[in-house]
Design a protein around this ligand. Structure first.
Ligand SMILES: Nc1ncnc2c1ncn2[C@@H]1O[C@H](COP(=O)(O)OP(=O)(O)OP(=O)(O)O)[C@@H](O)[C@H]1O
Length: 503
């Protein structure tokens, strides 16, 4: 089975017309910034005290950022987060505390162990709806890096009955890396629930013939379908189905069918929960059929970009110059961690070998690798042992590595036929940085009329600014990017950067 996006295939290099000089200069965009119409709630005083700042934030999948090049003190960083969480226009805003959300003492301890101070907007809004009885379906959308995993995991961990060692909740994710990450979060959050068992249902030859005896399963759709069919997963007690990255799971060729079949093999009337940062219009109707009568929390696409992610593009003269330009950024890429996204496995392999030939250290992950190799590469990246990761869309969604400060779109994200821009994938790719109020840089390479138009379409779609970078003024580029890389929280830093950008 394949647990990755259909676009992660080797496709022939597109033959694109070379642009004329006039086409290559990108007009200034005056696209307005988003306005968030939501929330008229009063702003609470920050309730975070200095003593709460003792530990850096940790989660089930990545360790603290202490090893990265970040320079701000933890206290400063947390004060900025508290400010953001007190701003009603911020997706991290909340009027409530986790203690107000009807969670067990064990879960509150789990949340504290992750150093979460206050819920985000999606956590505050989704949790009461998810936890109400009788259980209701939910479709929830929230910007990348705003804590959707915790929202659906807390619902699962509140509802599972420990005295029944049988799968009661099933989470499906589009890649093995994301499934493993979610499993890590559920385990960490549930670490004080004695006896809790969580298993990954991803391709694993060592599990041959073994039954999945756990309270919670997190898997990829193909493996779960197969194991249900073989009756190695006992579906009779499953009461919750979560689809993370739900729009992708329902819409992507192959994955959609697998998810539908899995659902057919589960009991009727279970709680179906769909989460994603994006729900394009053509998917939302299907999502509503998949999760009937759901509580729906959605956002307009103008509201989806994340304040802390500074978006730039570089116009290279032709495809060949892309590699030379990429090399210039290597120093900046290694200051913290970076991800380079390309369209095909072939390009990923080619870039890896060319960068290694230049004497640079890079790691590469695509669907062409076997499971254990994929695990090794992503684990090295999470631990900071590998700082630059070249990958395809297989890792565009959900992956949470807090130290990622740069995302490079070596290829503009396009639809499977490589004709049109793919705004959703763009948003997910750049969302690998700027997690939960952090700052990051997203840099997209354009090299001809087509790729420029595709990026322009993406900027228009999200009503966001993507700023051109002038590589002739390398010192300023470096200074600007250093500024972002060296700070870890948005807020004042974003303002400062905007001031630099606006001259
Ligand atoms: N209430 C909180 N306080 C502080 N940090 C939090 C909180 N909730 C989640 N986080 C952290 O925020 C980061 C992003 O969370 P998560 O991966 O769940 O985002 P997401 O909304 O699922 O993003 P994506 O759309 O990219 O999948 C994680 O490192 C997580 O530990």
């Amino acid at each position: 089975m394949t647990s990755e996006n259909a676009t992660d295939k080797s496709v022939p290099e597109a033959s694109v017309p070379s642009k004329t000089a006039s086409e290559s200069s990108v007009p200034d965009k005056t696209v307005p910034h988003k306005t968030v119409a939501e929330s008229t709630t009063t702003v609470p005083e920050s309730t975070v005290s200095e003593s709460d700042f003792a530990e850096a934030q940790v989660d089930g999948s990545s360790v603290t950022q202490n090893g990265s090049a970040l320079t701000e003190t933890e206290a400063n960083v947390e004060v900025k987060l508290a400010d953001m969480q007190a701003d009603p226009n911020n997706p991290l805003f909340s009027v409530k505390r986790f203690e107000d959300l009807q969670l067990s003492d064990e879960l509150l301890r789990g949340i504290r162990s992750m150093n979460f101070q206050k819920p985000s907007k999606v956590q505050e809004k989704a949790l009461p709806l998810l936890l109400s009885n009788p259980p209701a379906n939910m479709i929830a959308q929230s910007q990348s890096g705003t804590g959707k995993t915790a929202a659906f995991s807390l619902n699962i961990l509140t509802r599972v009955k420990l005295d029944l060692l049988a799968p009661q909740a099933l989470v499906l994710a589009p890649s093995r890396e994301l499934a493993r990450q979610i499993l890590g979060v559920i385990e960490q959050m549930g670490q004080f629930i004695t006896g809790l068992k969580v298993i990954a249902a991803i391709p694993d030859p060592t599990r041959k013939g073994q039954r999945y005896e756990a309270h919670v399963l997190v898997g990829t759709p193909g493996t779960v379908q197969e194991q249900l069919r073989r009756r190695l997963i006992d579906a009779r007690n499953i009461g919750i189905l979560v689809l993370d990255e739900a729009d992708n799971m329902l819409d992507q060729q192959g994955l959609g069918d697998q998810c539908t079949r899995v659902k057919q093999l589960l009991p009727k009337n279970i709680q179906t929960v769909l989460f994603s940062a994006t729900f394009p219009p053509h998917v939302i109707n299907y999502a509503k059929k998949f999760a009937p009568d759901a509580n729906v929390l959605t956002l307009a696409h103008e509201e989806l970009t994340v304040e802390g992610i500074k978006q730039f593009f570089i116009d290279t003269d032709q495809d060949n110059d892309k590699f030379a330009t990429l090399l210039k950024f290597y120093g900046l890429m290694t200051q913290a961690s970076s991800i380079i996204f390309v369209r095909t496995r072939k390009t990923a392999e080619m870039l890896e070998s060319r960068m290694i030939a230049e004497g640079h250290q890079v790691a590469q992950l695509s669907g062409a690798l076997e499971g254990p190799d994929r695990d090794r590469v992503i684990d090295q990246f999470r631990s900071g042992a590998a700082k630059v990761l070249i990958t395809t869309n297989v890792l565009s969604r959900g992956i949470d590595v807090q130290s990622v400060t740069m995302v490079i779109n070596y290829d503009v994200p396009t639809t499977a036929d490589n004709r049109d821009a793919d705004p959703e994938t763009y948003l997910h790719r750049i969302g690998r940085t700027g997690r939960f109020g952090r700052v990051g840089v997203a840099l997209t390479f354009v090299h001809d009329k087509n790729s420029w138009e595709q990026l322009h379409h993406i900027a228009e779609y999200f009503k966001t600014d993507i700023t051109p970078i002038d590589t002739n003024d390398w010192d300023s580029v470096e200074e600007l990017i250093q500024k972002v890389v060296k700070s870890s929280r948005a807020g004042k830093t974003t303002q400062e950067m905007n001031e630099v950008l606006n001259g």
